[in-house]
Design a protein around this ligand. Structure first.
Ligand SMILES: CC(C)(COP(=O)(O)OP(=O)(O)OC[C@H]1O[C@@H](n2cnc3c(N)ncnc32)[C@H](O)[C@@H]1OP(=O)(O)O)[C@@H](O)C(=O)NCCC(=O)NCCS
Length: 181
């Protein structure tokens, strides 16, 4: 089924919709322990990576569309994913998430991606509140959320079952009027 393809970019990277072949690049990072250590999924088998990409493409065709997963393109390589989910249409709430291939860590890529996703949520989707959660041990992710101007709202207790048991999440958010400033 057809759907409107969204793309986002800044001076050095772009975000585009997934295509079926992206599973190979997804697999390059999603099969690594270090990438999914704080996630409930993974490390991926090839079939897991294929299923993920197929689901992303299928979800893009849903009406109304709530899920936008973008491939991160940096120097012509597909090096990760940025995800935007509309969680509540009535109260105009969205959530962001991101993942980067370890070969490209510590270059500010995820920070750029998070900013692009937030701009998309407020500018294009006209949302009011955008939030993100992360594992309290995930220092890199909390740094990103703080750097882009999100406010730490608190700690959600044992909301996710990961490989080593129940996990708390830190909750961060930014509101439309804060972003406009
Ligand atoms: C977390 C993740 C997205 C960070 O990606 P990245 O592109 O390396 O992040 P950035 O380069 O934008 O880093 C932003 C800041 O965090 C710091 N940082 C990144 N990873 C870090 C780590 N493991 N430990 C401490 N600081 C870290 C960077 O130094 C930078 O700080 P600075 O600006 O003061 O130098 C990446 O490690 C990843 O994909 N992890 C696995 C998936 C994941 O955890 N996703 C987030 C789910 S909540």
């Amino acid at each position: 089924m057809e759907y409107i393809k969204v793309s986002l970019s800044n001076e050095r990277l772009s975000l585009r919709e997934f295509t079926k072949d992206d599973w190979k690049d997804v697999h390059r990072y999603a099969s690594k322990d270090i990438v999914c250590q704080y996630q409930p999924w993974g490390p991926n088998t090839e079939n897991d990576s294929k299923s993920f990409v197929n689901m992303v493409i299928k979800d893009a065709t849903e009406e109304p569309r709530t899920r936008f997963v973008f491939a991160i393109i940096y120097k012509e390589n597909m090096i990760g994913a940025g995800e935007f989910n509309i969680r509540d249409f009535t109260n105009r709430v969205g959530e962001i998430a991101y993942i980067v291939n370890p070969d490209y860590w510590r270059k500010g890529i995820a920070t750029d991606v998070a900013k692009l996703l937030i701009d998309f949520g407020f500018k294009e989707l006209k949302l009011h509140r955008i939030y993100a959660t992360c594992d309290p041990r995930n220092i890199g992710s909390s740094k990103i959320l703080e750097k882009i101007g999100m406010i730490k709202e608190g700690r959600i207790r044992e909301d996710l079952l990961v490989k080593d048991g129940w996990r708390d999440s830190l909750l961060y958010s930014v509101l439309e009027h804060e972003w406009k400033k």
